[in-house]
Design a protein around this ligand. Structure first.
Ligand SMILES: Cc1cc2nc3c(=O)[nH]c(=O)nc-3n(C[C@H](O)[C@H](O)[C@H](O)COP(=O)(O)O)c2cc1C
Length: 172
């Protein structure tokens, strides 16, 4: 998370036709951001290029969601999820995110590509309190067990229905 930004309760709402697009290198440093990204995140291109993608991380997001994202990508699969991001002025914007690994001809991952669309409102209404519950669990647990403890909330929610987080996300 970027230091020094105070989150504020003002929301920026994505329009139906918006696509927030970014690319990173294999280490998650931004190599491309489209205009809509810059508009929502409130940064100029020069402030984004070469910077870790957690520049838009919102402190309300549980760490377990990003852990799941990186595990999925490192397994060579694409990730779908609902992500709350923070702009440079502290305002927030919810996204429905898809992140895919980019591979060279040998199959080595050379970077990642991400497209975020306007999220469904009922999905945001579903995930906001779920993430809040996960975050509270992460804060209550010690740093070593925080992510596993919070992941259990996800597992407990979806496993009884025979679903993964992503299967549920895609079913919404
Ligand atoms: C292509 C790509 C797009 C990403 N998009 C976001 C994003 O929109 N918001 C976000 O908080 N993290 C995003 N991440 C994950 C961040 O790199 C980072 O793992 C996350 O913000 C958690 O921060 P931390 O690793 O400092 O805990 C993205 C990563 C990649 C590779």
């Amino acid at each position: 998370m970027k230091q020094g930004i105070t989150p504020v309760s003002r929301e920026r709402v994505m329009r139906e036709e918006d696509f927030i697009v970014s690319k990173t290198d294999a280490k998650g440093r931004i190599t491309y951001a489209n205009r809509i990204f810059m508009e929502f995140a409130g940064y100029r291109e020069s402030e984004l290029l070469g910077v870790q993608h957690n520049i838009v991380r919102h402190p309300d997001m549980p760490r377990a969601v990003f852990k799941l994202m990186w595990e999925t990508l490192q397994a060579g699969q694409e990730f779908f999820g609902y992500v709350k991001n923070m702009a440079s002025d502290g305002s927030f914007y919810w996204t429905f995110a898809n992140v895919t690994p980019t591979r060279d001809e040998r199959g080595t991952t050379i970077g990642y590509y991400s497209v975020r669309r306007r999220p469904k409102q009922d999905a945001v209404a579903y995930f906001a309190p779920l993430y809040a519950e996960m975050l509270a669990r992460e804060k209550a647990a010690g740093p070593k067990t925080a992510i596993d403890n919070s992941r259990q909330i996800l597992t407990a929610r979806f496993q009884p229905r025979g679903l993964s987080y992503e299967a549920f996300v895609l079913s919404m």
